[in-house]
Each structure stands twice: as structure tokens, then as C-alpha cells.
Design a protein around this ligand. Structure first.
Ligand code: 0A1
Ligand code: ZN
Length: 881
């Protein structure tokens, strides 16, 4: 179906289901091409639905083999069936059962939705609407059922058989090579949380006792031979389970918790009840095949999926418009977990970088949508940075607004009141209104209104009266379908910084909530602080207290002062970023004066140099963040219109190289001091040392290419871990020439047979900012390490290229043509991966006219392709609207 024909699904049209399904008994006989599914479902009229309504069950590419009602075959005249739906126009007006037999071909399933095979392992992905590819069902999250699942398979092919809940029986099938396992999940759940796994898998396991004394068997299943790489995921699981007990009072609720890693997966991972299925990229780790970043991501995603057990599974979503109810909240929870396990300021900085690069850019383009969208054609296109990351920011603001205690009481109330239900944002917010006594009606606008607000601030000091007045304004630019914007509630954490640190804050303004918090909930606000004994420097939006842009015109000297004196680590980091952004925005506009950039390079170089000589070694992870400039894509987004990516890149390059030069004298000594000793350890402190050391390597490669290349070779040869080897490769990609090509080849030899490592190798090459890169990427598509059939390979090579600011946006349009051709080809086998790739065009409107026209043409070519999936057609249509 073309998207123009696809119905627009609206939040306001929500109606409860006319029918409910209390229990589901699945009997699934696994076979590579002919898997038989028998579903016995117990239906009941919903007292909240329409009495006597027909029954329509969802399907997707299904083949019905048999159907009976209350055990008796149903006459063909009593129902209609297509691959998409099974309808009984006049069902009995009371409870009844249906037994539905379907046959599915998991080997032919390239969409990786429903039941499919990944490297011979049977697995499922049912969120958002994949269950209907297994059997006809009421595939909507507010229909919650108790599942009993019998799995049967050839013993040799699938010695391991897993499903949700607890294992209740296993056995052999007499006289055959087959065996079975029966799983029962006592917790009612929506179909999207159903899962099964069957295959030859190794595992690591550990016993766990919950805070309330329940014994749980934990296990992580991986491909044969990879159990040695599953330990970190298991260790992370144990830590996040303890953390959820301690911080949110949440205990686990089944006898087993299984995690399975598969190599073909559309997303990161999935929170199926008691049986989380993961992209193996977010499970497998050892020092030789995973970087520090991978270790941190595994820890975070294991936690994310585990935390869904309460925020998502025990309490699920009424409908898909409420997606942020589980996703924003669960991202918030995993961010907090990582902050507690690692460094809170460094985690915050990393998260804000991600938010700005992914969500702010989404909000600024044609795909912008509210945290809770009002309408969609294809829900799979709404697993976005806005729903996830901005959704988490909204929870974070809520906590700041009502305070830690009321937040925890609100969460407790939510768990108590909504447990076992499919809930809404309104029900969630009501718990916090109650726990805090605050009216959250205005705050709720964050869920409805798209776009990134800008806070414009300016300050005035009256020395005679010892008064400091801050004028604050907010505005939000229009987004598709929302031309007019209203003010949102902006919690602004702030301090007034004097020569010796923070000055006391004294004001009679109602907007001051105490504890350094000002709430801007109107279009404008003036707030005066009294008894301010010296001219202060304002430090606003401490900890990035709202997902907004700040427009505050502080001179470089004041920002440099904040860098050395601010008590807020986030704003120390932000101060130097602001200096860099401002200079790069000015220098990145075509025909701009490069003189100012040289002055900034001098100032930043001196600040970095001084910092590195004094306190950088005390917190190398923070220092690495300080040294890492905003990316060229960040600068392009800040410029916002008529962007020439080459000009932005050139400015960025020249600033980075100049800063590198200013640091050269320091480099050898610092790199030596930062070297880690002893065997590789993935902890945050060791990772921080490597991060700073490798940041310096990148600057060296830019400042002094020949010496930088030598350092890369030396580091590559000496390293005992992937983090340092990959950093050497990445730094070397900045230095064109034979030595680079030699290192690229050495890397491929060293990691032949390691697909996840070769993904990084593919991506490093796809990101080379040179005009030969497109040819290189085309060549790499022929490399045995690449396959269009595997989402990780596609994201690494093609997704990497699409993230290459200058090469994707080549002035001749070849980058757009290449990516759009792949989107069209991929759409036939895997629409979800294709549509995500097409999302790379989301910032096309900010480009200069030449590129804008070429990008628009490429999007038009996609949009006009016959038989597009709903996923791709929807993105193309909205991107062009
Ligand atoms: N709920 C998962 C994300 C997810 C969504 C859709 C998927 O199907 C293709 C897979 C995973 C999470 O938040 O982790
Ligand atoms: Zn999630």
C-alpha cells in the first residue's frame, strides 16, 4: 500500500477494543520454511467496547490453515480472511475460543519482524506490530493476555527453546528427532512483548536473589563459541537489577531472566517479558573486540531493557501514541543508572551531545513531531530521538520541577496505581501532580508541542543598588503542522558567579523556586537579584536543565572565566563549547573572515593548554569531553540555513589543527602520563584515560600529520585492546596517503572473521572527509565483510557514509543519489532499515540552494518509486512536505 493510501491513525480516534483476549495458548512447531503455529485464544466481549461488534483480528502476510470456534471447525461462510485480517462478522455475544492455525516461513522473513532466522537461530521481534505476522490477533497494546507457549523443534537444530515467563515442562517427542519446551508467563502482557528463541546457543548464567528474597536464574545466550564475550552483559544485568531495587524499589518478578544475542536485528534490543532479545553488538564484549564505548553502551542497553520490565511491561502503553510513556521514562532510568555507575557530569555531557546532534536536528527539520505524536501512518517511524531522548528530558525536567522526594513518591504511586494496566501520559502525570501538589497542566505542553525552544537571556548589573537583573524570553520556531507555538515550562538552573565562586541568590520573584532554580513559563520574565556585591557572570541552564537552546551573549573572557570558576561541571564544559560554536558559526558561513577564527584558536588553545597542565589528569574523562569540539554537523545545525558543508568543514578543520598545534609541546608527556598499565579494564576511570589520550592523538594527527601517523602506527602495534587500536585507525583516517591505506589493511587482517569489529572498520572509512570516499564505499560494498542483508553492516557502511557531512552532501549530488538508490533497493527486503537510512535526509532544507535542490530530487525519486513500503513512503512524504 502506498502511503498516500495508508490511513492516518489519530490519537483522538482511540477507542477501547470491542473484544479482549484473556489467555493465549500457542503451540509452535519450528521448521526453517514451514513453521506451524496453533493459537488457542480465549475471547471475551470488552465491557467498555461496543456490544455485538464484529471481531477483526490483525494479520500481516499470513496464511490461514485452519480455524475453529469453541473447538468446532468454523464454516467458511462465517468468516472472511486475507493475509491482513481475519473477520468474524457475527461472533457469539459471549466468551468463546478460537483455534487458529497458520504457517509461516521464518527463513524468507527478511523484514526481521515477526518470526525470523538469524544465523540459523529462530527468533522474534513483535514490537510494534510484528505479532500479527505469526498469528491473527488483536495486535494492540491495550489487549493484555496470559500466555502459555509450547515450542517444538528438531533437537539438533534447536537444542535451546526459550519463551517468556517460567519454564514449566520439557520433553522428547518419542520416535522422532524433535523435542519440546513449555513456557508460562503469569503476567498479562500485550502481544508486542511476546518472544521465542530456538537454536544452538551457548550461555553464561548466574543466580540472583532479589531484595524481597526471590531466586532468579539469569542467563545470557550467544552464538556458539562466544560465551567468553557474554560476561560483561551478565555483570551489567546484575548491577542494574540491584540499582532498580535501591533507587526505585523495583524487584524482578519471574524465576528466570534470559538475554539472547542475535546478529540480525533492526534496532538495539527488545524488552520482551523475561526474554530480552538483543542485537549482538550490544551484548558481546571482550577487550579485543569491543571498545570502551561498546562496554558503556552494553551496560546502558542491558539496563534499559531490564528497566522496561516495570516501565513498559508491568505498566504498558494504552496505544502507540503513548510510546514515550515507556521509552522516555526508561531512557531517563538508564541514564540515571549510568550516571551512578560512572561519572554523572561526563554522562550528562555525552547525553546532551547526543540530544543536540540527533534530536535538535530532528526538531529543526521536516520530520519534527511532538514527544507524543498526534497522528501517524507508520508507527515504526516514531522510534525517534524525540520520543526517546527528548522524552527522557521531559522526565528529568519534571524531577527538577517537583524535587527528588515528590518525584520518587510520584513514581511509587504510578507503580502502585497503574501496575498491570495499559496507561497514558495523563495517568502518569496525575501521579506527580498528586505527589507534589503542583498543577502540571502547563508542564504537559512538553508532550504536545514540537520544536526546540530558544531561551534568550541578557543581564544588567546596577553596582550602586547591588542589583542584578536577568531578562529572559522564550520562543519556539514553527514545526510541520504547528505554526503557532505557546510558551512551555522551562526550569532554568542558574548561578551568579563572582570572583570567588557562586554568589548568594536573593530575590523576591515568584519565578524563583529556590535552590538556584528559576522557572520561565511565560513568554518573558525579568528577575532581579538583590545584594549582589560584585558584577557577576551568569551561569544559566546548569546541568542542561531543559532541552532548549540558550542565546546569551557573554564575551569570550567571561566564558573563559566560567570555565575556570563555575561550580557546575556541565557549564564549565559548555563555556568552551560556546566559544568554539560561535567562532565556527561565523567562520563556516561562506565568504567569512577567517581572522576571527585564528583569535579563537589562540584563546581556546591557551585555555586547553593551561587546563591540561593543571587539572586535566584529575578527571581525564571530563578533560576528553572538554577537548572534543562540537562536530561539523553541530555547526551546520547552528548555522541553520543556506549551509555550505564544505565551508563548515574547512573552518572546523582549521580550528582543530590550530588547537592541536598549540598543544603539541604538551602531547608526548601527557600521552605518557595517561598510558594505562596492566591488563585492559573497562571501568570508567581507565576508559577516561584512554579517551583523553586518544583525543590528543586525533589533534596530533591534524596538527602534524607525519608525526601523527607515526604515533598511530606505534599505538596500533602496541595496543592490547580495541579501543586504542580503533582510535589509532580513526586518527589515521585524517592523514591521507599510503600509510593510512596500510593501516586500514592491517586492521582488516587483524580482525578478519570479526563482523562487529569490521563494522567499525567500514564506518571509519565511510567517514573519511574526502571526495574519493564515495568510490571507496562502493568498493567496500563488494568486500566479503559487507552484506545488504544485515542491518549492522548497512548502518556501519551506508549509515556511516550518510553521516559524513561533506561527502553525503557532495556538491554534485552523487552522495544523495547513492544513498537514495540503496534505500530503494533495501526497501524490498527490509523497510525498517531502509526508512531509517532515508532519515539521513532529515536536514536537507537547511542546505544552500544547490544541494537543497539535489537532495530534494533524490527524495523525489524515492517518493515516486512504485510499491514502496509504508515505512519509506511515509518518511519520503513527510521529508518533502
Ligand atoms: N522497545 C525497544 C525498541 C525497539 C522497537 C522496535 C523494534 O522492532 C523493530 C525493536 C526494538 C527499546 O526501546 O529498546
Ligand atoms: Zn526502550
Amino acid at each position: 500500500m502506498r502511503t498516500d493510501d495508508a490511513p492516518l491513525i489519530r490519537l483522538e480516534d482511540y477507542r477501547p477494543s470491542d473484544w479482549l483476549i484473556d489467555t493465549v495458548d500457542l503451540d509452535i512447531s519450528l521448521h526453517p520454511q514451514k513453521t506451524r503455529v496453533r493459537a488457542l485464544i480465549a475471547l471475551r466481549p470488552n465491557p467498555e467496547g461496543q456490544p455485538g461488534a464484529p471481531l477483526t483480528l490483525d494479520g500481516d502476510e499470513l496464511a490461514l490453515k485452519a480455524l475453529s470456534l469453541d473447538g468446532k471447525p468454523l464454516d467458511a461462510s462465517a468468516f472472511t480472511v486475507t493475509p491482513q485480517a481475519l473477520t468474524i462478522p457475527a461472533p457469539p455475544p459471549h466468551d468463546f475460543t478460537l483455534t487458529i492455525e497458520t504457517e509461516v516461513d521464518p527463513s524468507a522473513n527478511t523484514k526481521l519482524m515477526g518470526l525470523y532466522r538469524s544465523s540459523k537461530v529462530y527468533c522474534t521481534q513483535c514490537e510494534a506490530d510484528g505479532f500479527r505476522r505469526i498469528t491473527y490477533f488483536l495486535d494492540r497494546p491495550d489487549v493484555m493476555s496470559v500466555y502459555t507457549v509450547r515450542l517444538e523443534a528438531a533437537k539438533a537444530e534447536a537444542p535451546v527453546l526459550l519463551s517468556n515467563g517460567n519454564l514449566v515442562a520439557t520433553g522428547e517427542m518419542p520416535g522422532s528427532d524433535r523435542h519440546f519446551a513449555v513456557w508460562h508467563d503469569p503476567h498479562p502482557k500485550p502481544a508486542y512483548l511476546f518472544a521465542l528463541v530456538g537454536g544452538a546457543l551457548d550461555h553464561v548464567r548466574q543466580d540472583y536473589v532479589t531484595a524481597d528474597g526471590q531466586k532468579v536464574e539469569l542467563a545470557v545466550y550467544v552464538e556458539p563459541g562466544k560465551a567468553g564475550r557474554a560476561g560483561w552483559a551478565l555483570d551489567s544485568l546484575v548491577r542494574c537489577m540491584r540499582w532498580d531495587e535501591k533507587v526505585f524499589g523495583r524487584n524482578y518478578d519471574l524465576d528466570v531472566f534470559n538475554v539472547v544475542a542475535v546478529s540480525d536485528f533492526n534496532m538495539g534490543a527488545m524488552e520482551n517479558k523475561g526474554l530480552n532479545i538483543f542485537n549482538d553488538k550490544y551484548v558481546l564484549a571482550d577487550p579485543q573486540t569491543a571498545t570502551d564505548g561498546d562496554y558503556a553502551a552494553i551496560e546502558a542497553i542491558i539496563a534499559h531493557e531490564y528497566f522496561h520490565n516495570w516501565t513498559g511491561n508491568r505498566i504498558t502503553c494504552r496505544d502507540w501514541f503513548q510510546l514515550c510513556l515507556k521509552e522516555g521514562l526508561t531512557v531517563f532510568r538508564d541514564q540515571e543508572f549510568s550516571s551512578d555507575e560512572r561519572s554523572r557530569p561526563v554522562k550528562r555531557i555525552a547525553d546532551v551531545r547526543t540530544l543536540r546532534s540527533t534530536q535538535f536536528s530532528e526538531d529543526a527539520g521536516p520530520l519534527a513531531h511532538p514527544v507524543r505524536p498526534r497522528a501517524y501512518k507508520e508507527i515504526n517511524n516514531f522510534y525517534t530521538p524525540t520520543v526517546y531522548e527528548k522524552g527522557a528530558e521531559v522526565i528529568r525536567m519534571l524531577k527538577v520541577m517537583i524535587g527528588d522526594d515528590a518525584f520518587r513518591r510520584g513514581m511509587d504511586l504510578y507503580f502502585e496505581r497503574c501496575d498491570g494496566t495499559a496507561a497514558t501520559i495523563e495517568e502518569f502525570l496525575a501521579c506527580f501532580a498528586e505527589s507534589s501538589g503542583q498543577d502540571l497542566a502547563h508542564f504537559a505542553r512538553w508532550y504536545e508541542q514540537a520544536g526546540t525552544p530558544t531561551i534568550t537571556a541578557s543581564g544588567r548589573y546596577d553596582a550602586a543598588a547591588k542589583r542584578y537583573t536577568l531578562d529572559l524570553k522564550q520562543s519556539t520556531p514553527p514545526t510541520p503542522g504547528q505554526a503557532e507555538k505557546l510558551p512551555v515550562v522551562l526550569p532554568i538552573r542558574l548561578g551568579l558567579v563572582g570572583a570567588l565562586g557562586d554568589l548568594p541568590l536573593q530575590t523576591s520573584s515568584n519565578a524563583y523556586a529556590g535552590d538556584g532554580l528559576v522557572v520561565l513559563d511565560d513568554a518573558a520574565l525579568s528577575i532581579t537579584f538583590e545584594e549582589v556585591t560584585e558584577a557577576p557572570t551568569p551561569s544559566l541552564m546548569r546541568g542542561f536543565s531543559a532541552p532548549a537552546r540558550l542565546d546569551l551573549d557573554l564575551p569570550d573572557a567571561a566564558l573563559l572565566r566560567l570555565f575556570s570558576t563555575d561550580s557546575d561541571a556541565f557549564n564549565r564544559w559548555q563555556s568552551l563549547q560556546t566559544i568554539a560554536v560561535r567562532a565556527l558559526v561565523a567562520a563556516g558561513k561562506p565568504g567569512s573572515n577567517q581572522q576571527a577564527l585564528a583569535a579563537t584558536a589562540g584563546a581556546l588553545g591557551a585555555a586547553f593548554d593551561g587546563f591540561l597542565k593543571t587539572d586535566a589528569l584529575a578527571d581525564p574523562a571530563f578533560a576528553a569531553q572538554v577537548l572534543r569540539l562540537p562536530s561539523p554537523a553541530d555547526i551546520a545545525r547552528e548555522i541553520g540555513r543556506d549551509v555550505d558543508p564544505d565551508a563548515v568543514f574547512a573552518a572546523h578543520r582549521s580550528l582543530s589543527a590550530a588547537i592541536g598545534e598549540a598543544l603539541l609541546g604538551n602531547l608526548p608527556g601527557l600521552r605518557a602520563a595517561l598510558a594505562t598499565t596492566g591488563p585492559y579494564r573497562p571501568d570508567a576511570a581507565s576508559a577516561g584515560r584512554r579517551a583523553l589520550r586518544n583525543e590528543l592523538l586525533g589533534l596530533a594527527a591534524l596538527a602534524e600529520p607525519a608525526e601523527g601517523a607515526r604515533l598511530c602506527e606505534e599505538q596500533f602495534a602496541a595496543a592490547d585492546n580495541l579501543t586504542d587500536r580503533l582510535a589509532a585507525l580513526a586518527a589515521m583516517t585524517l592523514v591521507p596517503g599510503a600509510r593510512r591505506e596500510a593501516l586500514i589493511d592491517r586492521f582488516a587482517e587483524a580482525y578478519a572473521g570479526e563482523p562487529l569489529v569490521l563494522d567499525k572498520w567500514l564506518m571509519a572509512q565511510a567517514l573519511i572527509p574526502e571526495s574519493e570516499t564515495l568510490e571507496r564505499v562502493k568498493r567496500l560494498m563488494q568486500h566479503p565483510a559487507f552484506s545488504l542483508g544485515n542491518p549492522n553492516r548497512v548502518r556501519a557502511l551506508i549509515g556511516g557514509f550518510a553521516a559524513n557531512l561533506t561527502q553525503f552532501n557532495r556538491a554534485d549530488g552523487e552522495g544523495y543519489g547513492f544513498v537514495s538508490d540503496i534505500v530503494i533497493a533495501l526497501d524490498r527486503s527490509n523497510p525498517q532499515v531502509a526508512s531509517r537510512l532515508l532519515g539521513s535526509f532529515k536536514s536537507w532544507r537547511m542546505l544552500e540552494p544547490g544541494r537543497r535542490r539535489l537532495a530534494q530530487e533524490a527524495l523525489g525519486t524515492v517518493a515516486r518509486t512504485p510499491n514502496l513500503s509504508r515505512d519509506v513512503a511515509d518518511i519520503a512524504e513527510r521529508a518533502l512536505a
